[in-house]
Design a protein. Structure first.
Length: 171
């Protein structure tokens, strides 16, 4: 029974990967990509599937870029491998924030991690202040900078909430 389910899952993933390749996405299983697709679909953005660029842009306007951070309930959305020092690498790291018109933090349900619970829109200038604060306090030259849902509630705007769930319960 379990083997049949695995085979069905694999068949569906291979089919989805084929669809992705038909639109230029060569690695559907790239970390974070499926959640970025879900967020872009909800917000009506166009996905940018390259790892070295922003996550999405405004429809028909590739110059208006967006960065997506995501986590499950109770977690933190992170910008990984941000440089505290040297100054030139720090500036490059912070440009991952400043290149964007908006930053979005998406919260996914803990027990159904393909379903988005809420999305917060945050101004990049607000995010940069918090990122700099965290980098300044870091003991390491390279750090992860994290943003919780509570922080997003205080510093951003709720732009999406799943319509019929307060929270999903573990089955």
């Amino acid at each position: 029974m379990t083997q049949r389910i695995y085979r069905k899952i694999i068949t569906l993933i291979l089919e989805a990967a084929g669809l992705a390749r038909s639109i230029g996405i060569t690695n559907l299983l790239q970390p974070g990509l499926v959640k970025e697709m879900i967020i872009a679909d909800i917000l009506g953005h166009e996905l940018i599937h390259s790892k070295r660029h922003a996550d999405a842009h405004a429809p028909g306007n590739p110059d208006e870029k967006y960065e997506y951070l995501s986590c499950k309930e109770g977690g933190t959305g992170q910008l990984d491998r941000m440089f505290k020092e040297p100054d030139d690498k720090r500036a490059d790291s912070l440009s991952r924030i400043t290149r964007n018109k908006k930053i979005y933090l998406a919260i996914f349900y803990k027990y159904e991690q393909t379903k988005c619970k809420s999305i917060y829109e945050i101004d990049p200038q607000v995010v940069i202040k918090e990122a700099e604060r965290q980098l300044d306090r870091s003991r390491n030259a390279i750090a992860h900078v994290g943003f919780s849902e509570g922080w997003a509630k205080r510093n951003g705007y709720l732009v999406y909430a799943y319509p019929s769930y307060g929270s999903l319960k573990k089955k």
